[in-house]
Design a protein around this ligand. Sequence first.
Ligand SMILES: [Zn+2]
Length: 418
Amino acid sequence: MTSDTTVTARHIPQELFATIIRHLIPPEHQLFRSGRHKKRLKRELGQCSLVCRYWAIHCRPAIFTHIELQTPEDAYRLLELAKTTSLGISVGMYISDVTIRATVSSLPWIHLITNTTQPRDLFPNMNSYRVYIQSPFSGPQEMKPFAPRSAFHSLPRSLPSPLKHLVSLELKDLRFATFADFISFLDSLITPDHGSRNAPLSLHRVTWADHDKLTPLEIPVAFRGVRRRWKKYCTNIVAVRCTAVWPLIWLQVTAQRPRPPPTRMPPFVHPAETYRLVALVQITMDECECTACAEHKSERVTLGEVEPGKDFPDCTTLRIRNTVHDLIFCISLDGHVVNICFHLRVAFTAIWQSDEPPESLRLDWTALDQRAAAFNGSMLSVWIPDGIYDEYEPFVRAHMPMTESHGRLKLEREVPEA
Ligand SMILES: [Zn+2]
């Protein structure tokens, strides 16, 4: 049977057409990925959008929501597109996420996007911004530290102006000459804005060359005079294979007493206690030499989950966790660490089963004892897996004389969740 009637998308019921489009659009995680597959999908959607106006309206969001830029030409094209209005909608409207993947050496161009004079007008829905700079820094990292400005190659002007409506930020493969450079780079991307939510910060292989010059016993130069307000954006940090974790604590707390009424974000900690807190993170996360860490420690550490404590309702909670240990500080609103919980093991079944007797675990109980005792009046709760608790309890008490003798050591049984 033949028919002279031409069937177009217009003739397909709207719900059915929406379903077809949904199947054409790759899932969110594929859109974020780069590669040939995504390019092909976008090309196909682009072809579909040429069929007719009706198709275009439905296909465009999927094409433009996540944009990846690799070259200055990409940046120029995006800016042109963003200004273009077609079918009554500006293309910039669709864009919610820009990935900058600078893979080839070129004249500076990243600022073209970040310094757009009216980012809010051009990209009103943009809420995420990722920066990957893979080259020309692809050689051995130690050989090529760079200052923030060199991330923009020879950019002679100021650092990029901050995106006011930033929601998440991911930095990858950045090697800084100094920790201070890293902080000023970060500072250039984050700006206080009461309307914004907290920006989860992902750091992958973000490193700095002057680590030896940093000590937990003094506030890094980078933070002297840094605005307290923007720190509230760093309440959640994921650090993967970064130079160290402990200096990142300075991103999450402030030693500057907030004006009343006391606020939770960022948590205020008395300067002296901040040094102790950072020092405790250093020995339990960065420098722990226990056999469990040697065997299982991943290079991924999460910092954050700063939230009102359940057991300590008037406190904020700062949590630092790797694959093996879990360290939680309860901080009172007047800036004192009132409780420290050290979980010998996070609840990973595989690790629970391969425990060793306390002597051969080789955890530095003395350092843990000393650094916890340095907090005035804070309790230390050590959580030990139920299965090994009885064996560990007398050993731990005997090896932590300072907190034990002052009645500040509590041992708890960690019972796995059913
Ligand atoms: Zn350990």
